[in-house]
Write a protein of this length. Sequence first.
Length: 370
Amino acid sequence: MGSRSVVVIGSGIAGAATFFALARRGTDVTLVDDGAVGQATAASAGILQPWSSAIDGPFADLYVRGAAFWPEVLARLAEVGVTQTGHRRSGALVVNADPAAVDAAEERVGRRRAADPDVVGRVERIGGDRARGRFPPLATGLDALWIEGGGRVDGRTVRDALVEAGRRHGGRTVTAHAALLDDGRVRFGDRTEDPDAVVLAGGAWTNDLLGSLGVRVPVAPQRGQITHLTLPGVDTTHWPSVHPLSHHYLVAFDGSRVAVGATRETGSGFDPRVTAAGQLQVLRDALSIAPGLADATILETRVGLRPLADDTMPIVGAVPGHDGLFVATGYGAAGLTMGPLLGDALARRVLGEPVPELDALHPTTSPAAG
Ligand SMILES: Cc1cc2nc3c(=O)[nH]c(=O)nc-3n(C[C@H](O)[C@H](O)[C@H](O)COP(=O)(O)OP(=O)(O)OC[C@H]3O[C@@H](n4cnc5c(N)ncnc54)[C@H](O)[C@@H]3O)c2cc1C
């Protein structure tokens, strides 16, 4: 039998997507968030382009399936009139000075396109000059691959869209810090509730919630700094994301905005600051591939704490030994892409359906330190 009442803790993409998926299935669901500084979703670049990734195996498969689910979740949001999502299928450019590197990326994208040609769209080797036509600040001397289906979402807008759509399906939202009690109840604000199920989607903070039970999951914060630039008078709305086959990227947004980043600071702890070294790294990387951004105005640097899992696979499912307790964390650098897919799968699992695709993501716990 499915659970009747559920509390979801955390309204980043993991919790917001689970909340929406539960609410649209008629569940009595409450979403609680404490507005912590450093929410990963609020800082995310929001790029939806998994196909050029050099990683193969289960993570890559999930990443690709996550991107393929986006049209479905957008359609479900539209069913309740939520259409402002910050999503745009603006295409992606894979660029590199070494044509052999672009060859290898073209092979990977072509292989993944064969499984889902509609989502990936047209893939074409266009060379550097045509790439600059699509993203004018790019350096000369680059080879380039165009991927029509590359997309991006604004993390803040889509998070709010999922929450609003969940509300329109009858879900409730509360702003408060939540704590799990050792008897399985959950406390937030001045309320203590005893729901049929609790979903911990606390991102990098998930182990704080599990501490009262004396267990932890293998996840830790990884700081990401990303700088937003504006190019006054330039319309960047239809510019693609740019992937130099390195650790960094550029992504344009509607208006005159380009975000460049991001740092991946493993071991950062809970320290959501803009640092001198982080700022230097993202700007140096960006200008090395797109020197035409040199005169852009710096708007802000956003900082998010990615919930990074030890073995990089997300951790999604029932917490062993704790009836009615579920976790959704460890989405690392791919949470915007995978979040809606995993939220939908977890909602089905919470409601008692067998969900084989979650088997590989089953949480393992160890005793909490101290
Ligand atoms: C700079 C940067 C760029 C990124 N770019 C991309 C990208 O291009 N594509 C992509 O797919 N992914 C990207 N990501 C990754 C993606 O943003 C994350 O994987 C994802 O946002 C994680 O979502 P989450 O919901 O697990 O965690 P968060 O978004 O961190 O949300 C967790 C929430 O839980 C709340 N919370 C925690 N504990 C409690 C408590 N006790 N009570 C109440 N509330 C609580 C927090 O306040 C927070 O709001 C990027 C991340 C960063 C930082």
